[in-house]
Write a protein that binds this ligand. Sequence first.
Ligand SMILES: Nc1ncnc2c1ncn2[C@@H]1O[C@H](COP(=O)(O)OP(=O)(O)OP(=O)(O)O)[C@@H](O)[C@H]1O
Length: 264
Amino acid sequence: MPLSRRFRALKAAHFRAGFGGIRCWGAIGRNRLNETFRVIRFENVGMRYGTGPEVLRDVSFDLPDGSFHFLTGASGAGKSSLLRLMYLAQRPSRGLISIFDRDLSTIPRKELPMLRRKIGVVYQDFRLLDHLTTFENVALPLKVKGASEGVVRKHVGELLAWVGLNDQAHARPATLSGGQQQRAAIARAVVTRPQILLADEPTGNVDDAYAVRLLFLLQELHRQGTTVVIATHNHALIERFRHPVLHLEDGILSRVGEDPVYDG
Ligand SMILES: Nc1ncnc2c1ncn2[C@@H]1O[C@H](COP(=O)(O)OP(=O)(O)OP(=O)(O)O)[C@@H](O)[C@H]1O
């Protein structure tokens, strides 16, 4: 099906299911994308932990601005390691990585935090701050960016409603279920509408209905222009959302499906 029709069909399904858009994010910003710009580029990248064997080998790919990819592979294939390289938590042992057209090997260390702020991450282990409430955890990235109290209240309130955590806004992470913590972690990762969103098994702890709802949220972010990569074992979601797939097998990456031309 042509992508424009696929987007219309998805949007219709989205509203039928009762999920309005994220109002505080405003109108769709797709026209500001530059699809020829490669936001992430890997060339012959290898990675090892310490003196261990390479867990990623000769990985080469690039991601166009505003693209959406699933990242698949068996447990231990290297998905989290690849995401760690993308969110700058790990350095490659060889090869070239560029993010936003900046070669990571030449970026001064002091510039890394600024680059990281453009990247939203959903960690496999959530990493919520225990001493903050759900609301405060989700609000934190907006506050770091200097958003006003009004904007924080509006955006965090709307996102908490979307992920079904309004009634847990004042709860501490330790009192939330695994699925609730995961939903809070997703809300925190998307609240600033980052330029890149990397999610490691973002639906691993929620039921199927919530998994679809959360994917619609990430889809909405993507429609706003964010480049999205989601590592998942959930083949039903991959089938349903039909984005191209990056597949890892024993540290070697292959690409399944061409990047679509975003004509919707
Ligand atoms: N901190 C670490 N130190 C040493 N080896 C590690 C570390 N983290 C991961 N590994 C190894 O790297 C390889 C890839 O692990 P990784 O977590 O990236 O896989 P994965 O595809 O994300 O797995 P899963 O689906 O189970 O999360 C594995 O062999 C793992 O044992």
